[in-house]
Design a binder for this molecule. Structure first.
Ligand code: G3H
Ligand code: 13P
Ligand code: ZN
Length: 332
């Protein structure tokens, strides 16, 4: 058993309370490799933003959970080296799908876990979430749960109104499970194709797709039911057109990729939404950099030359999210 406290990590409790009070959101960035982690930590240290490092199922399969945890431990020390005296860094399990997995992360030094039982029937979601909460809270590890289903990786069927979180369920769910934060479904979804062209309108000037707005009425109704309770948004990448254009220009094929407009995420950040999950945008930044460097310098074969540029792109992206979208700069 390793306590995250020994590793210099923190849980989300105080972080979320401050974020709700202050009208900003904490960035939750997924990481799978060293360059991504370096970029996240540099961006957070330079902007003095609290940050959540997320480990997904894909990341565990790709990079190994043990290695990722040691990397996060190293990240705390790296942050201090960069001059961040008291780094506010959470190590979080993203989309945990079983009690055993959540337990293994709690036992191994994660400071926060998500149990995503949102695909299960309501009562089963409550039972599993409660079990994880009871275990995690013994070690002061915070737990994120989910109610409602997002389109994309969680649901083969494209997003429909019936999958939104039902505001009438949230009090019962939060009370009975004891979860510390709640991921909700209000129209965001995972990946770089959040909406089909049919769900969007076209901007007559640019010809670009304009996605439908998030269901802020559902968010408002949830906040009315659970005043001051920490709310989480998954699937919050914005799919920056500049990266899509670079990728497509240098041989990629990402037609009609579309994300959540940043103004809407900024608006959400000012509410009880205090954790915003971003993964796909970092993938796009990385891929754009690698495609560009390799296309412009076909003789390049030192991975540091293109992964280094990818790291710079990601660092700029993370800083932009922190400062211009979530408003978490200067809060740590
Ligand atoms: O929730 C989805 C995240 O973007 C992680 O995806 O399991 O492919 O790493 P992944
Ligand atoms: P994006 O695919 O929109 O980046 O969402 C990431 C996410 O929700 C991770 O849990
Ligand atoms: Zn997610």
């Amino acid at each position: 058993m390793v306590s995250y406290k020994e590793l210099g990590l923190v849980n989300t409790r105080e972080m979320f309370a401050k974020a709700i009070k202050g009208g900003y959101a904490i960035p939750a960035f997924n990481f799978n490799n060293m360059e991504q982690l370096q970029a996240i930590i540099k961006a957070a240290a330079e902007t003095k933003s609290p940050v959540i490092l997320q480990v997904s199922k894909g990341a565990r399969n790709y990079a190994n959970q043990t290695l990722l945890r040691y990397m996060a431990q190293g990240a705390v020390e790296y942050a201090k080296e960069l001059g961040w005296e008291k780094p506010q860094i959470v190590l979080h399990l993203d989309h945990g799908d079983s009690f055993e997995l959540c337990k293994s992360c709690v036992d191994f030094g994660f400071s926060s876990v998500m149990i995503d039982a949102s695909a299960l029937p309501y009562e089963e979601n409550i039972a599993l979430t409660k079990k994880v909460v009871e275990y995690a809270h013994q070690f002061d590890v915070t737990v994120e749960a989910e109610l409602g289903v997002l389109a994309g990786v969680e649901d083969e069927v494209s997003s429909a109104v019936s999958h939104y979180t039902k505001p009438e369920e949230v009090v019962d769910f939060a009370t009975r499970t004891g979860c510390d934060s709640l991921a909700i479904s209000i129209g965001t979804s995972h990946g770089a194709y959040k909406f089909t062209p049919e769900q969007c309108t076209r901007d007559p000037k640019t010809g670009k797709l304009v996605p439908p707005p998030l269901a802020f009425d559902v968010l408002d109704a949830i906040m009315e039911q659970l005043p001051g309770f920490p709310i989480v948004l998954h699937g919050s990448s914005s799919v920056p057109q500049e990266y899509v254009d670079i990728i497509n220009h240098f041989g990629g094929k990402l037609p009609d990729a579309v994300g959540i407009p940043e103004e809407q995420l900024r608006k959400a950040s000012e509410s009880a939404v205090c954790k915003i999950n971003i993964d796909s945008d970092s993938r796009l930044a990385f891929t754009a950099a690698v495609r560009k460097v390799l296309a412009e310098k076909p003789g390049e074969f030192d991975p540091r030359k293109y992964c280094g540029v990818a790291r710079d792109y990601m660092e700029d992206l993370y800083k932009h999210k922190i400062i211009d979208v979530l408003g978490s700069d200067g809060k740590a």
